[in-house]
Design a protein around this ligand. Structure first.
Ligand SMILES: NCc1[nH]cc(CCC(=O)O)c1CC(=O)O
Length: 386
């Protein structure tokens, strides 16, 4: 028994996560993939409640919420009490502490936002909602975009995890007509049937959050053992698309989060024919499963399935990434938007692409919108506590 089996490379992989049901489900996805790739290792899941989870009342924007959700887990990672942390990528700050990095990103679920209308009401889309309908959302990205497109709507904060929010919506006495939630969260919780309609560029112009729908794995930057384990899982398509999105946000935010909406989509063209053989994130209002297949993301990732799909990349196919991005003022009165497409063949190119889209938004006037927002509010967060 007292062998060398205590070296870090052979010890259990200690996986950290938050305590919410969604966080647990997402962690199970990651753990399952790791087990499949490395069946001989042992895995331990440590679900911790964080300060954010414990403080349901203080208005979110009073904290630097992103840090609030991640700091406590990061401290354990740093100490070696954890080896990796499973995050919803959109909840990860774009700048990590220097000793931490993103080990990999898992295949993206449906990245879009979803409208969830109170079950007793007949409305099927945002445009059908009567004047004065109350939308429950604590996200300024969501409310600012909706104010721009649907000025007759009203907004109210809604806190708590996804289940709590839905219960507030369903309460006959409740004030909300509808909620806006990430489709990914609902889908992972097995509650896709609650989705009334999907919101995206093709169906009205609501863009989702940077990193939405993807899982980010945070590790110690110098942990070669965990890096090796992660090299067998994750999804390079999602990783590149999300790195581009994060680069966009990092370039624009200058330290604070701002209402930035984004949508990325892979377009794979057969070079000889010039025809689009697969498109990606944000195309039409497709149900989650079909959407995921369409995205070419889950299917072409290194997830063990459909690996052959990917073999055509390289010379015969070109992979272009389309990015649509928007910055909107809090009252919805001003906005700038941009769309660019570029061939992306590496993470570095993805990063540069996000930077260039940000530059384009700045050229179009994003800076004055951002300046006003930063004057008004020191910290704007989109955090809820899913
Ligand atoms: N803001 C909290 C949060 N963080 C991640 C998700 C859902 C899963 C995801 O977007 O990856 C949610 C809930 C929501 O925004 O509806």
């Amino acid at each position: 028994m007292a062998s060398e089996a205590t070296t870090s490379t052979q010890g259990p992989v200690k996986i950290g996560t938050r305590k919410s049901v969604l966080a647990r489900v997402q962690t199970d996805i990651v753990c399952k993939e790791l087990r499949k790739a490395w069946p001989d290792r042992k895995y331990e899941i440590h679900a911790m409640s964080t300060m954010g989870d414990n403080n349901q009342t203080t208005a979110l924007h009073e904290f630097n919420a992103k840090a609030l959700w991640t700091h406590e887990l990061e401290a354990l990672l740093e100490k070696g009490d954890l080896d990796l942390i499973v995050h919803s990528l959109k909840d990860m700050p774009t700048q990590l502490p220097p000793s931490m990095s993103i080990g990999c990103i898992f295949p993206r679920e449906n990245a879009r936002d979803a409208l969830v209308v109170k079950p007793t009401l007949p409305y099927k889309s945002l445009s059908q909602l009567p004047e004065g309908s109350v939308i429950g959302t604590s996200s300024v990205r969501r409310s600012a975009q909706l104010k721009r497109l649907y000025p007759a709507l009203k907004f109210a904060d809604v806190r708590g995890n996804v289940g709590t929010r839905l219960a507030k919506l369903d309460n006959p006495e409740g004030e909300y007509t509808a909620l806006i939630l990430a489709a990914a969260g609902l889908s992972r919780l097995g509650m896709s049937e609650r989705i009334t309609s999907y919101l995206d560029s093709a169906s009205g112009g609501i863009l989702h959050a940077v990193g939405q729908g993807a899982l980010g794995i945070e590790i110690r930057s110098d942990d070669e053992d965990i890096k090796k384990l992660l090299s067998a899982v994750g999804c390079e398509w999602t990783t590149r698309a999300c790195l581009a999105e994060r680069s966009l946000m990092r370039t624009l935010e200058g330290g604070c989060s701002v209402p930035i909406g984004v949508e990325t989509e892979w377009v794979r063209k057969k070079a000889s024919l010039g025809t689009t053989v697969g498109t990606g994130v944000g195309v039409g209002a497709k149900p989650a499963a079909e959407y995921n297949k369409l995205s070419g993301i889950a299917a072409t990732g290194r997830t063990g399935q459909d690996e052959d799909e990917n073999e055509d990349s390289g010379s015969e196919f070109t992979e272009n990434l389309i990015m649509r991005a928007l910055v909107v003022s809090l009252d919805g009165q001003r906005h700038v938007e941009a769309e660019m497409q570029r061939r992306i063949t590496s993470r570095e190119e993805a990063d540069e692409f996000g930077w260039d889209v940000a530059r384009k938004l700045v050229d179009l006037g994003a800076e004055s919108i951002l300046h006003d927002i930063n004057l008004n509010r020191k910290i704007i967060e989109e955090q809820g506590d899913a």
